[in-house]
Structure formats: C-alpha cells, structure tokens
Design a protein around this ligand. Structure first.
Ligand code: F0G
Length: 372
C-alpha cells in the first residue's frame, strides 16, 4: 500500500534496481566498449551479469583461490548469449532475413532464441545425433530450422561459411563473426569488475577457440584502458579425444563425452595460441574421466551444476595441482553452460533406486541407513 513502505523496504527495492541494471544486457551495459549498434536494432534477452561464485572445496584441492564464473545462468543457459546479442543485433541492423550457424548445441540454442526475438529465420546445421537433449529441446522450442548432417561440427561450419558467403540475406552467427567475440569479451570485464582486479589465472574449456580469444581481448582492453596494470594467464583445456591445439594438428574424428567441445579443427586456433603465448598461459588436455569427475565435484561439493564441457577448466586446474603445478593466487574457472543442457551425461553415471513402500518405516529405514 502506498505510504506504508519502511526504509528497509525502500532499500531492498533499490537493490532490485541495481540487480536489474546488471542484467540489462551486455550491449547497454558496455556500450562504450563495443562496436556501435543502432538502438532500434538491439536484440537482447538480458544476457550477462552472471555471478562469480567462490569455490572453497575446489580451492582446497587446486591450491589456489578458485572462483566460478557461472555462465550457465545466461538466458539460454550458456555463455553464447553474450556474443549472440551483438551478432543478432547486427544481423537485424543489416536487414538480414535469416541467420545460420554450425553448432555442437549451445550456439544453436542461443541463435534460435535471439532469432526468435528478432523475428528472423534461424538455420542451425548440426552433427546428426550428437546434440545434447537439453540443447535440441531449446532449438525446437524457439522454432529454429534444424539441418542434421552426416558429418561433424567442422564439416557443418564449412557449409555455413559457404552459404553465408553466397547469400547476402543470411548472416553467419558463429564465432568467426567478430561481433560474437566482441560480445563475449564482456565476461572478462565482469570478472575484473567483480574482483576489482583481474585474476591471476583464467581457466576455461576450448572447442572452436572463440571464447578464449574473446576473454583475452577483453582482459587486454581492460588493461589498456588503465583499469588494471596486468592481465591473467590464460589456461585453455581441451578434451583429450578432441585436442588439436595440444597435439599441434587437426583431428579428423574428434571424440569426447563433452559434446560441446567435440571439435577437430578450431576456427580461431591462431588467436587461441596467441592468447596463450601473450599471457604466459597454457593449452592442455584433460581426459573424459577427469572432466566428469570435475563436473560431479562441482555439483556435489559446490552445489553448482554445469555441463561436462564446462567442467574442463576445473578438471585442468585439478590435474595441474595433482602433477605438482598448483597455482598461487586467484584462479577463475569459466563454467560455460548449465548442467541441465545435458541430463544424459549424469543419468548414465547414476541410477535411480528401486521404489520402496509408501510407509514411514520403509522411508525411515532408508534415511537411517544413509545417516548411520
Ligand atoms: N563450453 C561450452 C558449453 C560450449 O558450448 C562451447 C562451444 C565451449 C565451451 C567452447 O567454446 O568454441 O569458443 O572454444 N560450443 C560451440 C557450440 C562450438 O556450437 O555451441 P569455444
């Protein structure tokens, strides 16, 4: 009722406005640090403003103070939304009828949502039968047109590049589009703002290598604008069965449980290697088992549920610590996508117990057994 608000209530309302401002979308929030987009063309669903979560249990094991940048809390539950808002806004500003992308799932889910909001057609080209169920459901829900090819991500990206080249009414929204990198670099700004300084290490999964490129661009720009006098070391981790940057050659048949990063020929490989070299970082591989163990650890001991690929950064830090290369200082691990994207990855490693009678005794016995 008007006039009955206490001061405290007014204060919490103010906090709500602050929270809303953090999720106004990355174009509005970082307008002066991004390419110019006409106001009327902006397509946003409130991406960005994701939390940086302290991870005490992981920190103990990694020998560093580990924080999790939980990108699974973006509108379509992955970091892709940061770049998609810029790429889709540009597609609208340029009068495109449609957009197209190749994807292991998350780019497609994000493109589908932003295209729906923009009111343009969306084509996604994906490896048949290789997309995690949560992502397929998102693509279908948003009404994108799925083309399943009998080939992998790398083949899909080649096709998309050619189609976008030959049709000037179709915008390519993969991370080879520089607008995607521009939008994604805002995550580096948020990390610096949240900590008041850049971390010592930024660890993240590497697939097509756009994200590591974007973070490095963001950290360098932050430093250049005088807000920090240093930048973090970039630690990229690939799944062993899909680790072309570690091996130094492309993989024809990349294989890993982390379907999001099942990529044999990363489009931004040169930029990724530059980021690692310039920052004094590293590119390493982790096994599927290490990835799934890290995913489980995050879920069971930190309460943070990410998809398998997203756990590669944590898996990598833990592996380094086990090998005697624990990191000093502050490490931020980017959890790139939400765990609900890929329910099967968990279901296959767990089992639902048999039903018990609906009695106090039966349920009580079970609880007694677990707690004793
Ligand atoms: N983590 C997740 C959850 C991803 O979906 C991806 C990439 C990455 C990490 C790697 O990022 O490619 O910039 O090095 N997914 C793309 C897709 C390939 O189609 O959704 P990257």
């Amino acid at each position: 009722m008007p006039g009955t608000f206490s001061f405290e209530k007014g204060a919490s309302r103010f906090q709500m406005i602050e929270a809303q401002a953090a999720r106004q979308g990355v174009i509005k929030r970082y307008r002066e640090r991004l390419p110019e987009i006409p106001e009327a063309a902006i397509v946003s669903i409130g991406e960005g403003g994701t939390p940086l979560i302290e991870a005490p249990r992981i920190s103990e094991r990694a020998g560093a103070s580990v924080y999790l940048k939980f990108e699974g809390l973006n509108p379509t539950a992955s970091f892709k939304d940061r770049g998609m808002t810029v790429a889709m806004s540009r597609a609208v500003a340029d009068g495109n009828l449609a957009c197209i992308c190749a994807s292991t799932g998350n780019t497609a889910a994000s493109a589908a949502a932003y295209a729906a909001r923009a009111g343009i057609e969306c084509f996604v080209i994906v490896p048949a039968g290789k997309i995690a169920s949560g992502k397929s459901v998102q693509i279908l829900a948003h009404g994108a047109k799925i083309v399943q090819i009998e080939g992998n991500f790398d083949a899909a990206l080649k096709l998309c590049r050619r189609i976008a080249e030959e049709r000037d009414d179709v915008a390519l929204v993969n991370s080879v589009n520089p607008d995607r990198i521009e939008g994604q670099k805002t995550a580096a700004f948020e990390v610096c703002e949240a900590m008041d300084q850049p971390p010592d290490v930024l660890a993240l999964p590497v697939g097509n290598a756009g994200n590591i490129t974007a973070y490095w661009k963001g950290f360098k720009e932050w430093r250049k604008s005088g807000l920090a006098d240093r930048a973090p070391r970039m630690f990229g981790f690939q799944a062993e069965g899909a680790s072309p940057l570690v091996a130094g050659h492309d993989f024809d048949n990349p294989e890993t449980v982390a379907s999001a990063i099942r990529i044999g020929s990363p489009a931004s490989k040169e930029d990724a290697l530059t980021a690692v070299r310039e920052s004094g970082g590293l590119i390493e591989s982790v096994t599927d088992e290490e990835i799934l163990d890290a995913q489980a650890l995050l879920a069971r001991e930190e309460g943070v549920f990410c998809e398998p690929a997203s756990a590669a950064g944590v898996a990598g830090l833990l592996k380094l610590a086990r090998e005697g290369h624990g990191q000093e200082g502050i490490a931020v691990c980017v959890l790139t996508g939400h765990g609900l994207k890929d329910p099967q990855a968990v279901v296959e490693r767990s089992h639902l117990p048999e039903p018990v009678p609906a009695t106090f005794e039966a349920v009580g016995r079970y609880i007694e057994r677990v707690l004793s």
